[in-house]
Structures are given as C-alpha cells and as structure tokens.
Design a protein around this ligand. Structure first.
Ligand SMILES: Cc1cc2nc3c(=O)[nH]c(=O)nc-3n(C[C@H](O)[C@H](O)[C@H](O)COP(=O)(O)OP(=O)(O)OC[C@H]3O[C@@H](n4cnc5c(N)ncnc54)[C@H](O)[C@@H]3O)c2cc1C
Length: 560
C-alpha cells in the first residue's frame, strides 16, 4: 500500500474535486485518484451553464426549479432528493462565485441567467459557453490551496473490500507502471459517465464508466441504467456538442425544407422542450427523409454576429473547426448524440451506497435527481451539490472509524489477473471489439428502441463479452500503457452496456429518454413508475426494481 487516507476520492472532475474540498473542510485527510490531470477531466468540456433558482432574470424559486426537474424527469426522479438539490443549489453557486468563478453578468452586476430546455424560468448561470472550464479551474485552485494530494495519472481498477466495507482502491500507475494500492477509510467514486459506449457521443475518450463497473463488481447496484440521454445538437459528423445555450439564446432547428419543425412537435416550448422531446423530433425528421446527410440544421443567423461572438464564442469556433461552417452566416448540421447517463451507482442523498464506506457523486452516481431525463444545466449543479454532500458525509464517517486493513490476498489476486492479461501472446485486439460496441449500441439502443433490436443487442454484447475474455494487449510496457488501460475500460463498458440494454428490455413503456414508439408508445405509471436496479450476480446482470420517492407532485401528462 502506497498511502492511507481518511477519504479517498476517485475522479477529479467537478464532482470529485467538490467532494475532496468538502471532505478536507470537514477535517479529514483527503486524497484524489485520477487517470487524467484534474483540469483535463471531462467536466471542463461543459458549455452552457449550471442551474440554480437565483431569480436574477425573472421570478424563480427552488420550488419551481424542483417542479421543472420532477416533470423533466418524467416523474422518475426522487422528489425529496430533487427538493434538497434545488434548495441548496443557490448557496453552492454563490460559494463558487466567492471562490472566483467568472460567471457572465447582467448590466446591474448580478449573475446573468439564460433560458434552458424545459425550465419555467431563465435559471442557467453561465460563463459564456465555457462554464465547465471555468468551474474546473476554480475548483482546482481550491484543491491546490488546501494542498490536497492527487494521485495523478493513476488508473483505478478495483475496489478493495474487507470486513464488509470498502477500504481502498487498486490502481495501475500510468506514469511508472505497476499496480499500486491506496487505502481509504471511505472511498468516493466520482468517475463520470460512459458515453464512449456509443460511436457518436459528446463524451471524451476517458468517459468509460469505470466507477460504475467497479461498484457493480463490488456488489453495489446500479440504478436506472436504461436512461441514456441523447443530446439534440451534436455536430455532424464528429458528435462534438453544441450547447443547449445556443437554443437558449434563440437558435432555431430547421429541416431540409427550411421549416422550423419543432412547431409541430412542441408548439409552446419549441426548441426549448426537454432534450428527450427535441431529440425524438429531430430523429423523426431525419427518418422521414427531411434531414440532410442524417442531420437537421441549427440556425443561429438571426441572433447576429455580436450576440454569437459574445455569448457563444466556443460554439462558433467548434462549428467552424469541426463542421467548416460559421454560424454567423450559415446553419450548422446537428443530430442527436449519446450524451449523459441518467443512471449510475445507486446512492442516497449523502452519496452513501449499499456498501459501507463507499460513496458516489456526479455523473457516475444516481441519486436520483434526473430520473428518466435530465434537464440541461442540472448536471453540473448535481456534481457540485451532491459532490459536496458526499465529501462531507464520507469525512464524517471516516473520522469516526479508525482502521484500514488491506488484505494481501486482494493485491495478490489483482496481480495474478493482470499477469494473465499481459502474458497473452495472441487474441483479439481491444479496438475491434470497442468499435463493434459503439456501432451496435448506436444502431440498437439509441433514441428510439425496438424490442427485437434490444434483444439482438444483448446477443451482440454477450458475444463481445465472450470475445473479450481472450482480448490481447500488445504493449507489455510499464510507461503510459494505454493499450492496457483501454482494454480494461472496454471490459467496463461491455458490462455496463449489458446492464443498460437488459433494463431497457424489461421497461415496457416509453418514459423520458427510453422511447419505444413501436410497441409501448406511452408512459405506463401503473406498471413502471419505479427505478430499475441492477446487481451483478453469477457473472451477469440481475434486475429488480425500487420505489420512486414522492413528496408533493403526482404524475401528470407532459405537454409542450
Ligand atoms: C460536451 C459536454 C457539455 C456539457 N455541458 C453541460 C452543461 O452546460 N451543463 C450541465 O449541467 N452539464 C453539462 N454536461 C454534463 C456535465 O458536464 C457532466 O455530467 C459532468 O461534468 C460530469 O462531472 P463528473 O465530475 O461526474 O465527471 P468528469 O468530469 O467526467 O470526471 C471524471 C473524473 O474521473 C476520473 N476517472 C474516470 N475513470 C477513472 C479511473 N478508472 N481511474 C481514475 N480516475 C478515473 C477522470 O480522470 C476524471 O477526473 C456536459 C457534458 C458534455 C459531454
């Protein structure tokens, strides 16, 4: 074991850093493990903003924010978690501001707020369209100020369980090679999403669901895994995101005939309907032959050059660099792309999982605030509010428990498993399996889902998992062996993808991002108003359900 800490946070994006700061402030000795340098974490790519009911642009309240979130979640979000979230969000925003986050401002000096999809009031606080970049820098400054140790470029591979609780993490040291174990009285998973399961995604290469898979293998359940959000505006062909902030600033979606087609699908909310609705509308247009090269167009021309340059400079640059289009003069081709996992490691409101000593926060967790469909701007807020809560709770538990005991057998087993993988002299290369995973998930488990395609996808995944058993890592080196880590990431993506599709098959309704227009086109509250729970048992997913927690909002039909 190379180190022991009260709280060990795995992941150094917004959720991980916020958790680490809170844990340190609660008096714990804290360290973070990250396969990337913290400021390279994917949170840095977030563009459009972060939601809190400050009421700076129009009347707003935490209660309205909670109602919008409940409705957006298609009534699958846990309402006590949502109310707590929206009540604490404003304080968390002001904390970030006090730490130096350079949010965009109104003329009167207060923080500016822009409209986002399915929000009853303009409540998205933003820093132009580089909000994630700003947040990650501010949080990293606070991490440095507190001198929190970071095991940087350490790839977390397995959780160490002993005496019925989580007591550490076994990692591969990317820079120097070799397995290294770090002990923690508590461990907080904050490893982000898994969008790389899909060929077209807004997610970075590092978003491979490692934390979800580690928890699953440690016997901890994942929740609501079938709900993968497809973002309506990803650039064709790269899949790079153009923020919802573009539509928040007033951009239109048009089809090949120049028609503003959202008028037909969501006459009131138009382009600012919730993401599931907009993605489905786009896909319907594309499938009906009213798209161009499998895309529709995002039209910003009427916003004018000044507004685009001031409010959406990053989106303009991305459009010019990756689609060859300047949005000041031409519409930009966009289509739905895999974006965000609503599901993840099941936690309570303080990030605690079923396993003593293990916590989770951020995109890898499922509290559940987002239910079946996340509202834009709520995810960054979740990383901050629930990152803070998880860090504090993990510190409190750690400070009242004193021992860390890593059994030698855990390290020996990991060494043996690694040797077995690296000793192979032939077999299938990981990239081949990874490509088939990405392509097939896009084909069979995307915006619209059909029973026969999902069943087929389970067969494909079982086949890929079988082939994965003899995957061949060609690079036997110690230093930056990305061949090895990509092989491990692939295993994580295959396991979590199987959980998603199997949960999708049994949910015989359409709710939020899970849309089955061909056999179960409507929401079925009588039979499916529950969370999906997946355990990993006997080498595969075992499904069950859990009640959704309600406070005051009864399910009602969604209208746009
Ligand atoms: C392009 C884009 C734009 C977005 N824009 C917005 C927005 O405007 N507003 C909003 O609310 N949401 C937005 N989102 C969603 C939001 O940004 C993410 O959900 C959120 O930032 C995730 O934060 P996180 O801390 O949970 O994970 P991440 O920021 O992804 O961090 C994960 C961390 O875990 C580490 N890690 C992962 N696996 C391992 C491992 N095996 N070992 C060690 N370390 C590991 C990584 O190194 C990293 O430090 C956007 C998402 C994308 C993709």
């Amino acid at each position: 074991m190379i180190g022991e800490h009260d709280v060990l946070v795995v992941g150094a994006g917004c959720a991980g850093m916020r958790a680490a700061i809170a844990a340190q402030d609660a008096g714990a000795d804290v360290a973070m493990i990250s396969k990337l340098h913290p400021t390279r974490s994917h949170s840095g790519a977030a563009e459009g903003g972060i939601n809190a009911a400050l009421g700076n642009a129009a009347d707003d309240s935490p209660e309205t924010h909670a109602y919008d979130t409940v409705k957006g979640s298609d009534y699958l979000g846990d309402q006590d978690s949502i109310e707590l979230f929206t009540a604490e969000a404003p304080g968390d925003i002001y904390q970030l501001e006090n730490w130096g986050a350079v949010f965009s401002r109104r003329e009167d000096g207060r923080l500016a707020q822009r409209p986002f999809g399915a929000a009853g009031s303009p409540r998205t606080v933003f820093a132009a369209d580089i909000t994630g970049h700003v947040l990650i820098q501010v949080l990293y400054e606070q991490v440095c100020k507190r001198d929190i140790k970071v095991y940087e470029e350490f790839f977390a591979w397995q959780l160490v369980l002993n005496d019925g609780r989580c007591q550490g993490v076994i990692c591969w040291d990317l820079m120097n090679g070799g397995l290294k174990t770090v002990g923690g009285k508590t461990v907080v998973l904050a490893t982000g999403g898994a969008g790389r399961q899909y060929r077209v995604t807004t997610n970075a290469y590092a978003c491979t669901g490692d934390g979800m898979a580690m928890a699953l293998q440690a016997g901890v359940p994942l929740k609501d895994m079938e709900f993968m959000q497809f973002h309506p505006t990803t650039l064709y062909p790269s899949g790079i995101l153009l923020t919802e902030g573009c539509r928040g600033e007033g951009a239109y979606l048009i089809n090949k005939d120049g028609e503003r087609f959202m008028k037909r699908y969501a006459p009131n909310a138009l382009e600012l309907a919730s993401r599931d609705v907009v993605s489905r509308s786009e896909q319907t247009e594309i499938d009906a032959g009213r798209g161009i090269n499998g895309s529709v167009m995002l039209d910003m021309r009427h916003l004018g050059a000044d507004r685009i340059i001031e409010r959406l400079p990053g989106s303009r640059e991305l459009s010019m660099t990756f689609a060859g289009v300047d949005p000041i003069f031409d519409p930009v081709p966009v289509r739905p792309g895999a974006h965000y996992h609503m599901g993840g490691v099941e936690t309570g409101n303080d990030g605690a999982t079923e396993l003593t000593g293990l916590y989770a926060a951020g995109e890898c967790a499922c509290v559940s605030v987002h239910g079946a469909n996340r509202l834009g701007g709520n995810s960054l807020m979740e990383t901050i509010t629930f990152g803070r809560r998880a860090g504090t709770a993990a510190a409190e538990w750690a400070l009242s428990h004193t021992t860390i005991d890593i059994p030698a057998s855990a390290e020996r087993d990991a060494e043996r498993k690694l040797k077995e993988l690296l000793d192979r002299t032939s077999g299938e290369r990981p990239w081949k399996i990874r490509e088939e995973l990405g392509e097939s998930m896009l084909e069979n488990f995307a915006v619209f889902r059909r029973e026969e395609q999902m069943v087929r996808q389970v067969e494909i995944l079982e086949d890929l998992r079988e082939r994965y058993k003899s995957v061949y890592v060609e690079d036997k080196g110690e230093v930056f062996n990305s061949d090895l880590t990509q092989a491990i990431e692939l295993g994580n993506m295959l396991d979590t993808a199987l959980c998603m599709v199997m949960a999708g098959i049994v949910r015989k309704e359409s709710r939020g991002a899970h849309s089955r227009p061909y056999d179960y086109p409507t929401r079925d509250d009588e039979h499916f108003l529950h969370h999906s729970i997946v355990y990993w048992r006997d080498g595969g997913p075992e499904l069950s359900t859990k009640e959704v927690r309600f406070t005051k909002w009864e399910p009602e039909e969604r209208k746009y």
